[in-house]
Each structure stands twice: as C-alpha cells, then as structure tokens.
Ligand binder design. Sequence first.
Ligand SMILES: C[S@@+](CC[C@H](N)C(=O)[O-])C[C@H]1O[C@@H](n2cnc3c(N)ncnc32)[C@H](O)[C@@H]1O
Length: 381
Amino acid sequence: MEATTNTSDKPDKAVDKTLGKSFDKSFDKTFDKSKAKRFMGKFQQDLAASMAARMCAIGDRLDLFKALVENDHLTSEQLADTAKIDERYAREWLQGMTAAGYLEVNSDSMAYTLPAEHRMPLADENSPLFQGGILELMVHSMTPFEELVEAFQNGGGVAQSSFHPKLYDGMSRSSGVRYRNLLLQQWIPSLPEVQAKLEAGVNVADIGCGKGTALMILAEAFPNSKFVGFDAFLPQVDGANARARDAGLADRLHFEVADGAEPLPEKYDLIFTFDVIHDMPKPRQALKNIHSHLKPNGIYVMQEITAEDKLHENIGPMATLKYGMSLHYCMTTSLANDGEGLGTCGMPEKVVRDLSLEAGFSRINKADCCNDFISLFEIWP
Ligand SMILES: C[S@@+](CC[C@H](N)C(=O)[O-])C[C@H]1O[C@@H](n2cnc3c(N)ncnc32)[C@H](O)[C@@H]1O
C-alpha cells in the first residue's frame, strides 16, 4: 500500500454542507452569499492552521520531527520509545500531523514519515528555512492570555517577565536563523563602510542584544574589533557572557544590562539595533541616545521589521503574523512599561526616516538586501 497524505480538505464543500441552508434565510439583497461561504472556508483553514502550528511546536519541543528524520519511518510505539513520550500522545500527534499534511503514513504498517521536502523547516536547525524558533516564540507569547485581555480592557501591557523563559529561547533561535544565514552573507556586505570599519578594528555596541547571537557571529568574523551588547532585560543577558567565554571571545565581547534609552558607558564607532526600536518603551529617546553615543564618524545600523507606510496596506499572511506577534509581545511589552507601543509594524521606512531625523541624524540609507520581513538602514550622525 502506498504512503498517503491527507489532501482532501475541501473547505468550500464542507461549508456548503454545514451552512448552505442558513444562507437561504432572508438576507438583504446586498449580502454576497458566495463571499460569506468563501470567508467561512478561509476561517476554517485558519483555525486548522493555528492547531497545526501548535502541534508543530509540540513536535519541535520534544524533538519528534528530529526522531522521524533519524529513523525515517516510525510507528507510534517506536516514536514513543525513541522520544521517551507516552504512546497514546505519540499516536494522536502523528495522526494529527498527518491530517494537517505534514507527515505521511503507510496504512499497512502504520509507520509515519516526515517527507524529505518537509524536513528543513521542521527538523534542521541549521537550515535557513528552519521554523522551530518562531514556533517556540509563538506558543509562549500566547500563554498570558487573560493578562493580555485585561490589558485590552484597562490599558497597560504584559511585562517581559510574565512570559515563560522559553519564549526568549524561541526568540534567539528564530533570529539566530537570520544571523547565521544573512548577517555575514548579505547584510554586512551590503553596508561597505560598516564592513570596512569592522575589518579595520572599531568599538561596536549592540543595543537590545537579546541572547547575543548577532554579536557572537560578528566578533568571530571581525577579530580586530571590540563588541559590547546591552539589553534591559536581565534574563536575556544572563548566559550571553558565558557563551562569549566558552567561545574564547571574552577579551573582545561582553554583555551588560542597560537601558538603551539611558546614558551608556562610552561612545562607539558602530551601534547596531537588531529588531529592537519598535519594542522599546521610549524609541525616540533611545534614538537620541544612540545619536549622542556615536563617535563623529560613527554609523548606526538599524534592522527593523518591514512594514508598509500606509497602515491599510499591511495585509495578508505576513502582516497577520506581524500583528499577531505585536499584540502578543512587541507592542504589549512596550506598553507594560508605559511605553510608546509602536508595535511590530510600527517602523515602516517613513517612520524610520522621520524618527532618525528627529533624533539628530543627518542621512539614512536603506540597504539593498531588504525583503518583506527584514529592513536594514545605515544611518549617519
Ligand atoms: C525582539 S528582541 C530582539 C533581541 C535580539 N536583538 C535578537 O535579534 O535576537 C528585542 C530586545 O530588545 C530588548 N529591549 C527592549 N527595550 C529595551 C531597552 N530600552 N534597552 C535595551 N534593550 C531593550 C528586549 O529585552 C529584547 O531582548
């Protein structure tokens, strides 16, 4: 018997069956029945997709996808043995992932497989397509649900400390995919003046450094330069210094707890912020602070999340992801500190330019390597 995948989802038909008659009731003439059916089909797909993503996060957390890759085919008993999980859960997860179209099953042996074409995003941490980090970040961003609802009702936000520590592992794994695959390969080469400074040997700061992956990569690649990472949230910095020591980089790389909107220990030739300004409670004050901590020939490099200048043009799946992350984390942690709450889509090119000029910068260049998720700017004092 051939391996099978469930590809039989026909949401429109299902909607027809379930709701067909209710559309015959007396809607006014402007009511577009087929639009209503299409929307119901889309909603069902979205609902299923959110469950599929959550089941994927379980698979990532428990290394179930990796077990399937290592063993090629596994029954539920074999997966339970290999991954040291309960067989009943293994069976339900395998079948759920098969229903979602992620796994395939041989209906004779009831052995499941993760097809070769599905492995990079789910099981290969080194792949540029790996999605485990975003899954981990997403599920943990959603746990303080009632706190979020209260913030909707009463204002304020959800503090960074309200989230499970694994959210920050997910953040680091997720951005780490970009840093390992793009930072030296595309981003730095697209900024020739920055590259020349790093090669010559300069003092570099990364504000909002998180767990420090970007600086670790830069410190390894540019041995003449010195690096310091600042982050306002202690658990982010915890461990980053140990990583720098383990990598033998501690003489040129260290991390400190500091608010990027407040005075920093010295002036720098290069200052980076990677995915930070829109999260900050005081982004305007932080940009002024960065401006005043650059040496006269210094350069500020800002990596932000791409967004459209016109709010209503932020639509579709990518914008949905960004607004979802914003509501669950970026905007909401900023508001928790009485912040501006710019949100994930809060730094489109026009705002980057306006806020940079307002902070005293004179010139802003958008790098060529930008895409619909990442924007990179070179900014001069
Ligand atoms: C989305 S994370 C990005 C972390 C890291 N740059 C990366 O790409 O993995 C934003 C980071 O900015 C930090 N942050 C927010 N406001 C800050 C502030 N005022 N000063 C310093 N760090 C801040 C947060 O603690 C968090 O680690």
